[in-house]
Structures are given as structure tokens and as C-alpha cells.
Design a protein around this ligand. Structure first.
Ligand code: PTJ
Length: 257
């Protein structure tokens, strides 16, 4: 029997419940893989320990990511089922605010049907060109065996910067070996993706993408190329990872309660 849940903004866990609802709906519609629900649960656990907010070191990483995306010649935003269910609209806005970027689909639990549904979902939000769907235009990343090994010749293959929200570690490492600059979003600072990215944003994607768009718009208006380069060059990703781990290990969230 179809279940109907009413979510009220006044509920203390409204945003968390909303994200769950988006994923469950995405799963029922065939956009999210069943494993995507488990992956979200893992993310929630880290989010809880981070206090469900954007910590200072992640704000810094978002600022650096914004500068790196603006400096890139050809940035690609890689998307999957969870990213689509949680923030398809915001990803399309991010793509529009970058102007020279493109979006590429890359599914770990690949099925033709999911690829089609996700691609239609992006079209609904105004995306006219989605890479990664033309089998004749795909090539394999060396040393990678999962479904994620296929990248588009006109997309990720050519990109200098690849933005990978909710990615798996193998592909991040493989893309690094191809000399791509990797910007990731992952709530787990200990994941191989976070550990091997150039810029690791340890935060929930639903908070990150709006901040990123706002930051990009600000930097576009207020920064020179030299200033953007300075922001990127002074960045220390290890410091970001260490600071987020320190917060996870401390009881700061409990103390603030
Ligand atoms: O749609 P597909 O087939 O490409 O599959 C997508 C998933 C996410 C299921 C697939 O890539 C996967 O299994 O990912 P992993 O290896 O479980 O990694 C996902 C990472 O994202 C984990 O480290 C989670 O902690 C993290 N994560 C989950 N939800 C969020 C998140 N990070 C940021 N924001 C979230 N909302």
C-alpha cells in the first residue's frame, strides 16, 4: 500500500527527514540504487557527529573549490543516482554558474534504465547536454574494473578539474593518476576519496552545493585571476582532513547540546 508521509518544517529533524524522503522517492522511481540508501545512511552517521552543519574547515574547502572551478579550463561535474535524488536542481544551477563546465553521468551500479531516468531528470531541470551516455564515445580509465571505469571522451577524459560528489575511492585515485584535479564531497574524512582528493569537502552535499554556487558568484564579481590562484595555492587539504577528524573525535556536538 502507498504510504504518505507529511513532513513539517517545525520538526527538529526536518532537513534530515526531507533528504531521506528524497532518496526513498528516488529509489521508488528507479533513480537511486538500493545500495544508495545504505550509502546515505553511512553519510548520515558522519553528519550527525559533525553537528549537521558546515564546519569552518569545510567552508574553507568550499571557497578553494570555488576558486579552482573558476580557474579550470574545462571542469566536469560527475553525477550519480544519490546526487540526482538529493539535488538535481542545484547541480544544474551550479553548472550554469560556471559557464564552461559540463555534467557527466557515471553510475557505480549501472543499468541502462537508471541511466535513462537520471538523464531525463536532468533534462527536466534544463540541462541540454549530458556526457557519459553515448556508448560510442566512452573509453576506459586504465587499471579500473568497476562500472565506473567508463568516461566520456568529450567529458571527463578532456577535463582538467573533476568534481566528484559521493564518489568511490578507486575512481578518484585513477582520475588523479590521469592528472586531473579532484574536488570531492564526502561526509567521511577517512574514505579513500576524501584522502586522495586535491580538495576534500567534508560536508553534506545538500548544504555544499548552494554554498558553492553563492561562493562562485561572489568570487566571480570580486576576485582577480591572481587572487583566485592565491586561494588555491595556499590551500592545505591535509589540514582540512585533520580538522574534520578532530571534530568527529571530540564531543563538541554533545557539549553544544
Ligand atoms: O548511483 P550509483 O550507482 O553511482 O551509486 C551511488 C553510490 C553513492 C551508492 C555509490 O557511489 C557508492 O556505493 O558510494 P560509497 O562507496 O558508499 O560512497 C559514498 C560516500 O558518500 C560515503 O563515504 C558516504 O559517507 C558519503 N555520503 C553519503 N551521503 C552523503 C555523503 N557525502 C555527502 N553528502 C551526503 N548526503
Amino acid at each position: 500500500m502507498e504510504r504518505k508521509i507529511e513532513l513539517h518544517e517545525s520538526h527538529p529533524r526536518y532537513l534530515s527527514l526531507l533528504a531521506r524522503e528524497k532518496l526513498v522517492t528516488g529509489f521508488k522511481r528507479g533513480i537511486v540504487a538500493s545500495e544508495g540508501l545504505i550509502a546515505h545512511g553511512r553519510g548520515e552517521c558522519f553528519d550527525y557527529l559533525l553537528g549537521e552543519c558546515t564546519i569552518q574547515s569545510s567552508r574553507d574547502a568550499i571557497n578553494v573549490a570555488s576558486a579552482a572551478l573558476l580557474l579550470a579550463n574545462y571542469p566536469i561535474i560527475s553525477i550519480n543516482g544519490n546526487v540526482t535524488a538529493l539535488c538535481v536542481d542545484q547541480i544544474c544551477r551550479l553548472n550554469r554558474s560556471l559557464e564552461n563546465s559540463a555534467v557527466e553521468i557515471n553510475l557505480f551500479y549501472y543499468t541502462k534504465e537508471r541511466e535513462k531516468l537520471i538523464s531525463e531528470e536532468f533534462k527536466k531541470y534544463g540541462l541540454t547536454r549530458l556526457f557519459g551516455i553515448d556508448p560510442n564515445n566512452l573509453e576506459s580509465i586504465p587499471e579500473l574494473e568497476s562500472n565506473r571505469r567508463l568516461v566520456d571522451r568529450d567529458g571527463i577524459s578532456k577535463a582538467d578539474v573533476v568534481f566528484v560528489p559521493l564518489e568511490d575511492g578507486d575512481r578518484t585515485i585513477a582520475l588523479k593518476k590521469m592528472n586531473k584535479k579532484i574536488i570531492s564531497i564526502d561526509l567521511n574524512p577517512l574514505s579513500r576519496t576524501s584522502l586522495s582528493s586535491d580538495i576534500s569537502i567534508i560536508d553534506n552535499i545538500v548544504r555544499v552545493v548552494p554554498h558553492l554556487i553563492e561562493n562562485i558568484e561572489y568570487l566571480k564579481k570580486n576576485s582577480t585571476e591572481q587572487e583566485l590562484n592565491y586561494i588555491v595555492n595556499q590551500f592545505d587539504n591535509k589540514k582540512v582532513l585533520k580538522e574534520s577528524l578532530d571534530i568527529l573525535k571530540s564531543s563538541k556536538t554533545l557539549i553544544n547540546f
